[in-house]
Design a protein around this ligand. Structure first.
Ligand code: PSU
Ligand code: MN
Length: 305
């Protein structure tokens, strides 16, 4: 597939796509609005290196000067990591930022959409957006879930943080007909910890098995993505329960400040880093790297299949 003409694709990524070699998409909201500087840019660089080490080509995605970009250079990553002029862009924000010629860091939803327009089928991130706690009141459900129902990309994450209602997120993924494959486990992982108390709907134990599910889905014309949920490595995990008080505090602060809409998730992520004095950030970075390794292997298996 030829990338959509409105995308700017780096030569390296374009060549890999032409040769049907494995390419792994990466998001940029995690850089601009998910982690503090300088850990954010260090993470972005390391994750790209891991994907290359595994024999795939990384394609970090963002909108710069109104142009959707597939594959970025180190100056671009630095800009995303430091500039206040970068807005958080989900799918509904893409047209506005493109028309205004602005800079945007893409969420899971927006990254999926742009990756698909480029012909990339595998995307690695840290955590998915989902159904927020109290959504029956606020209606706050991430467009990441809508996008998973629409766009043909497999998204590798470490599950969802318990800032969200994990049970309702799983129910919604079922309603939206999104396959959820837990990697090497029967449990749905909760980002910082390997278990959420919820069973995963399905399990995969090898990259080839994930690739086979992707191929079967799209071969049958069942449109939409897949959520591959990869538990944080045991050595890096923050035991279930240890984050509860922090998350309750962050949610209470969110409520007190009246923060809502697209600012809610970035506020919660930043507040958790603050409240844990950075220990949560160490776990966050470790799980993204772990996901990068798996994502590259899935992309290789899918390209080979
Ligand atoms: N969860 C994380 N880290 C993140 C995000 C979520 O643990 O960086 C980001 C992702 O870009 C995700 C977005 O797509 O937040 C979801 O935002 P919202 O809840 O506003 O849809
Ligand atoms: Mn929201």
């Amino acid at each position: 597939m030829t990338p959509h003409p409105s995308l700017t694709v780096t030569d390296e990524v374009a060549q890999a796509l032409r040769d049907s070699r494995p390419v792994v998409a990466l998001e940029s909201t995690i850089i601009s609005h998910g982690m503090p500087y300088p850990q954010n840019v260090a993470m972005a660089v390391e994750v790209e290196a891991i994907i290359r080490e595994e024999g795939a080509v990384p394609a970090t995605i963002a909108i710069l000067d109104g142009r959707p970009r597939i594959g970025l250079g180190s100056d671009d990553l630095e800009l995303l990591a430091t500039s206040d002029a970068v807005s958080k862009v989900s799918v509904r924000d893409i047209p506005t930022v493109v028309a205004a010629g602005g800079h945007g860091a893409t969420t899971v939803a927006a990254t999926m959409r742009l990756a698909a327009l480029a012909g990339i089928r595998v995307f690695v991130t840290g955590g998915l957006g989902g159904v927020h706690r109290g959504a029956e009141r606020t209606f706050d459900v991430s467009a990441d879930l809508t996008e998973l129902s629409l766009t043909d990309v497999a998204v590798v994450s470490a599950g969802v943080k318990s800032i969200l209602d994990i049970g309702l997120t799983l129910e919604t993924l079922e309603t939206l007909s999104v396959p959820v494959l837990a990697y090497g486990t029967d449990d749905f992982p909760a980002f910082f910890s390997r278990q959420s108390g919820h069973r995963a709907p399905a399990r995969a134990d090898a990259p080839e098995q994930v690739a086979a599910v992707m191929a079967a889905k799209w071969d049958l014309g069942i449109a939409g993505g897949l959520a591959v949920v990869n538990p944080i490595p045991e050595a890096d995990e923050i035991p279930a329960g240890e984050m509860d008080a922090t998350i309750e505090q962050a949610l209470a602060d969110l409520d007190r400040l009246g923060i809502h809409g697209k600012d809610a998730t970035p506020y919660l992520l930043g507040r958790i880093v603050e409240l844990t004095g950075g220990t949560s950030l160490v776990a966050n970075i470790a799980l993204v790297k772990n996901n990068a390794r798996l994502g590259a292997r899935i992309a290789k298996a899918y390209a080979a299949g």
